[in-house]
Design a protein around this ligand. Structure first.
Ligand SMILES: [Zn+2]
Length: 321
């Protein structure tokens, strides 16, 4: 396990070993101030919060464009397989996370860089397009703020450590997964699989867990939900989950180790049941229309990433072990 103490010691070593006599006094105090700042969890969290805002802006692009990119790819593959001419939309101008540049969906005017500052632009533009005045969805600033807040929580929790860096990567991936699943009932392999492999690689360095727990976790995570899925299908003839959900639980198994799987399943089912019932009762959601399970799983996994060991302890004492 890495800890804050290591980073602090390094900084002390740096300042004491340095040839202090040759260095002017003001420069020395500046160095000390810098090292204090770097070791301050509060400052680190604020910095990460700002990075989170910018990343949130990028996540908005990923959430909107990645599913469209996937659908275009599928159409093209289908057309090739059936040996028919692909639709114009599949072959026209390049469409990826960078190109074309963001445009207003109402009037197609390209959005200028100063109109694209997270949160601030939304407030200044009063939620309207500067050219045509059409309404800009509240969702964009909400996702930006949500990314900033969750990033700050991660930074505060782990401090200035390697774990904080990787936990942030996971947090950002999960936010993209949650909203893509809400919109399209889809958890893209292009996010889940690389993150699953990353979790396994990190276990080689004992970042969150050891390789033994990680490999068992990945296999058990996938198998657990796959079995529930097959059983549910056998009994009801319906498909209650998607293969993306299995991969997502495998991802958490790989990152955190098999020991965290029960608490993740428990938490996600609890939250899922409460919100699901609420939607059927209050929003008159048709119970035959599937509610994606991915967001609950992602939220539960994120909670386990931060407070999993406390929750496991609490669970074990409650059960009486
Ligand atoms: Zn417009």
């Amino acid at each position: 396990m890495f800890s804050n103490a290591g980073a602090k010691n390094d900084n002390i070593a740096l300042t004491t070993n340095a040839p202090t006599l040759e260095r002017p006094l003001s420069q020395k105090t500046q160095m000390q101030q810098l090292s204090i700042l770097l070791n301050s969890t509060a400052l680190f969290s604020v910095l990460i919060g700002i990075i989170g805002l910018l990343l949130g802006s990028f996540l908005n692009v990923v959430i909107y464009r990645l599913p469209i990119m996937m659908q275009r790819g599928w159409r093209k593959e289908c057309a090739e397989y059936l040996q028919i001419t692909p639709e114009a939309s599949a072959t026209e101008e390049s469409f990826n996370l960078v190109l074309p540049l963001s445009r207003c969906p109402g009037c197609n005017t390209p959005i200028k860089p100063y109109q694209n500052i997270p949160l601030i632009s939304y407030v200044f533009l009063k939620g309207k397009c500067a050219t045509c005045g059409c309404h800009i969805s509240m969702r964009y600033p909400i996702i930006e703020a949500f990314t900033a807040i969750t990033s700050m929580i991660v930074a505060w929790h782990f401090g200035y450590t390697p774990q904080a860096f990787f936990a942030l990567l996971l947090t950002w991936s999960l936010i993209a997964l949650i909203f893509i699943d809400v919109d399209h009932q889809l958890l893209p392999d292009s996010i889940t699989l690389p993150m699953l492999w990353l979790g396994m690689c990190l276990s080689l360095f004992n970042v969150f867990t050891d390789a033994h727990a990680s490999i068992i976790g990945a296999v058990a995570g996938y198998t657990a939900l796959w079995s529930v899925f097959q059983l549910f299908k056998l009994v009801t003839g319906k498909e209650g989950m998607g293969y993306g959900d299995f991969k997502l639980l495998a991802l958490f198994g790989a990152w955190l180790g098999w020991q965290y799987l029960p608490i993740i399943i428990l938490l996600s089912s609890l939250v899922g049941a409460v919100i699901g019932l609420g939607m059927i009762v209050f929003v008159k959601h048709d119970h035959n229309v599937p509610i994606p399970f991915g967001p609950y799983l992602a939220a539960a996994g994120w909670i386990a990433l931060l407070w999993g060991s406390d929750l496991n302890q609490l669970y074990l004492t409650t059960v009486g072990l």
